[in-house]
Ligand binder design. Structure first.
Ligand code: BJ8
Length: 425
């Protein structure tokens, strides 16, 4: 590790010893889970490089952007509109919360029965190991589930630049009006932070940049419809995870490159897995870096994951923002319309999510669905039962999993996943 990086981390206030320990675990996990896969597309080399430099080169790039006058905004939810951040001369980074860290410290400030994602958010802060969080000029929290909503009250004492966005809970006219008010307020907040006025041309450019990134991911998803699947679910998940913090234009180009390669594989009928391998759709809570536990178990138990109904996946990326508006107001409306379609389980009622899961089962020719819930996540646990019942009524096989970030249940999970895959054969 270069001295320059060490100095950079020190300046950001990281705990170098803890940070080294985290990088070591991350590197080992990546080696075991990703680099051990067979028959990977060559284009994944780019993402391997991104991951190997996740706390190095990418942070250096962000620090250089800051020196050039750009601001960095960190977020924990796909409701935070990247289009607005980009057009206001800010870079939006999805802050990862996919591993346990400093759990002892975390449980001094949060109840034990809090979901792993929230605990992880706190662990990275308390352990001083996340350079993205420390590099952020503003961090956006949101009123989504009760856990996050109340946890941000405590988080605000640790993160002075925390900005809270209120979010609707119902898809009603009032709900849309609230989202509109919040997005306009967020726009003002970004302008205040960066000193740049968001105007029609800049917003249009921002929308196009984010749409291009989504189009690339849509192309990648589309290629997973075929059998044999040309890419593993793990590698596709990784692309979806990197979506949140890579440079948008470079990410778009790199995903298209992989897609070119996958198209050749499809022509040659060479896939990441043999033809006829049971195909799984994962649905539920988001899997942030480095939360690879369940997909790794699934894909080393004889199945391939062909889609993610998740915010780190299709729930987060599926709709484009209409680029055709002729005024700033029309573009803002298009952004609000696009985000209002996100069918997070915090909404009530939330029928769109079930329809989307059913649609994905058909589109990706899935043989079964694994509903992935984090322990103590009320919104997704509550929805999981009705989703299971509805899918079973349509003869779609479902396995409902509740887990956390620890590896304690890995053996038990593997047994359940293997039994489920047997049923699909
Ligand atoms: S839009 S899914 S990213 S809120 S797992 S913290 S729900 S208790 S993450 Fe999410 Fe935005 Fe919705 Fe998507 Fe709460 Fe559940 Fe924990 Fe969760």
């Amino acid at each position: 590790m270069s001295e320059d990086y060490k100095n950079m981390w020190k300046e950001l206030g990281l705990d170098l010893e803890m940070h080294d320990a985290l990088l070591e675990v991350l590197g080992k996990g990546y080696q075991d889970v990703f680099l051990s896969q067979k028959n990977r597309p060559e284009g994944m080399g780019y993402f391997d490089f991104v991951m190997s430099e996740v706390h190095g080169l990418r942070i250096k790039e962000l620090m250089d952007e800051k020196k050039g006058g750009r601001k960095i905004i960190g977020s924990y939810c796909v409701f935070v509109p990247e289009e607005i951040a980009l057009s206001g001369n800010a870079t939006l980074i999805g802050l990862c919360a996919g591993a346990d860290f400093a759990l002892g410290e975390v449980e001094k400030v949060l109840p034990r029965n809090t979901c792993s994602l929230i605990k992880s958010t706190f662990g990275f802060k308390l352990g001083k190991v996340c350079p993205y969080l420390e590099a952020s000029d503003m961090v956006v929290g949101e009123n989504t589930c009760d856990g996050k909503k109340k946890a941000y009250e405590i988080f605000a004492e640790m993160v002075p630049n925390l900005y809270i966005m209120d979010l609707p809970q119902m898809k009603s006219d009032q709900g849309r009006a609230l989202l509109k008010a919040e997005f306009y307020q967020f726009k003002e907040k970004v302008e205040e932070l960066t000193g740049k006025t968001i105007d029609y041309p800049s917003l249009k450019t921002g929308i196009k940049t984010v749409n291009n990134k989504r189009r690339a991911i849509h192309r990648l998803s589309g290629l997973r419809k075929v059998d044999p699947a040309p890419i593993s679910g793990l590698d596709a998940l990784l692309a979806n995870q990197i979506f949140f913090y890579d440079n948008p234009a470079r990410f778009t180009e790199s995903v298209h490159k992989i897609c070119d390669e996958l198209e050749k594989r499809i022509e040659e009928k060479t896939g990441a897995f043999a033809s006829g391998t049971p195909r799984i759709l994962i649905s539920g809570c988001p899997m942030a870096v480095p939360n690879w536990k369940l997909p790794a178990i699934v894909e080393t138990s004889g199945a391939v994951i062909v889609g993610e109904e998740s915010c780190v996946g299709e729930r987060g990326t599926r709709n484009l923002t209409d680029e055709s508006g002729g005024s700033l107001e029309e573009l803002m409306d298009a952004i609000i319309d696009r985000y209002f379609k996100v069918d997070c389980a915090i909404f009530t009622p939330n029928p769109d999510r079930l329809s989307h899961i059913e649609e994905m089962v058909g589109t990706y020719q899935a043989d079964g669905v694994i509903h992935y819930g984090l322990q103590f996540c009320q919104p997704y646990s509550m929805e999981s039962m009705s989703i299971e019942n509805a899918l079973k009524a349509r003869n779609i096989r479902v396995l409902r999993i509740e887990t956390d970030y620890s590896m304690e249940d890995a053996g038990q999970l593997r047994t359940r996943v293997e039994a489920f895959i047997e049923l699909l054969k």
